[in-house]
Design a protein around this ligand. Structure first.
Ligand code: HPA
Length: 274
């Protein structure tokens, strides 16, 4: 079955589960899930149940779509996302974004865990993406040379929505949460970077590095879904003072920043219908 029909089947399946059309999509990154405490949950659907949906292969990545409301806004959250390093194609990685858009989302917020390249970043910082560098070696639009998927050469001059970014800054200030800004570089992974690679990433203009988000943002731009993304800095990647990191530390650090990130997302979504 072709990609387009797979997207339709997955969407039809979710509609058959009586999910109400979500207005707002949220992608929860590694170690980030407290956001769900702010949601009045109506339906939880395992990825494994949804036709053609990839299933997360890494044990600490959960795999559920959560439908519910925040105030008067209908939301859908992805608890667990897919990564290139798991062996999926970028088309599979971004399959859920196409399904969410077909279900009706008007805006999208994403989060991720990232290494801090910018030397002023500290573990636990929240950093709003103001641009990105895709170093994953491919594109989620590869081979989709048909307008049914959106424009073939989507503009990427402003991939992160200025209006959403503005709201995130405003709410962060109100909540007294420090929100930095930076450029996110996405790499293939799953290995972390060498000192030379961290140095290189700094030289080419990256402030943080991770293994996700850019494919989803490229597709959201193709589909004209305004999006914004926040990184939680989970490790400091100064090549001259690099300490070994392990994934358990990364997840624990993300967990510590989870509450402030979740509150920020919650407050911004609250403004959607007001
Ligand atoms: N590199 C790549 N991905 C990451 C890192 C990192 O240092 N930290 C969290 N995700």
């Amino acid at each position: 079955m072709n990609y387009s029909n797979q997207i339709s089947e997955a969407t039809d399946f979710l509609r058959s589960k009586a999910v109400t059309a979500p207005e707002f999509g949220v992608v929860l990154g590694t170690g980030l899930g407290k956001f769900l405490d702010y949601v009045d949950i109506e339906h939880t659907i395992d990825y494994a149940e949804i036709p053609h949906f990839p299933v997360s292969t890494v044990e600490f990545h959960k795999g559920k779509l959560i439908f519910g409301t925040i105030g008067s806004t209908k939301i859908v959250a992805m608890q667990g996302r897919f990564h290139l390093y798991e062996g999926y194609s970028l088309q599979q990685v971004t399959f859920p974004i196409r399904v969410l858009q077909k279900l009706g989302i008007k805006q999208l917020l994403l989060s991720n865990a990232a290494g801090g390249i910018n030397k002023s970043f500290r573990k636990g910082d929240l950093v709003l993406l103001n641009d990105h560098i895709n170093l994953q070696g491919s594109s989620p639009l590869k081979g989709l040379n048909s307008f049914e998927f959106g424009g073939i050469f989507p503009d990427m001059s402003a991939p992160y929505d200025a209006n959403l970014n503005g709201k995130l800054h405003l709410k962060a200030t109100e909540l007294e949460i420090e929100l930095k800004e930076g450029v996110y570089a996405s790499v293939f992974g799953p290995q972390l970077e060498t000192r030379a690679e961290y140095r290189y990433l700094g030289i080419i203009g990256a402030d943080m590095v991770g293994m996700s988000t850019t494919p989803e943002v490229i597709v959201a731009n193709q589909l004209k879904v305004p999006c914004a993304a926040i990184s939680v800095i989970t490790d400091e990647c100064d090549p001259d003072h690099l300490k070994p990191v392990d994934i358990a530390d990364i997840i624990a650090t993300a967990g510590k920043a989870d509450e402030k990130l979740s509150k920020l997302f919650y407050e911004v979504i609250q403004t959607f219908n007001s």
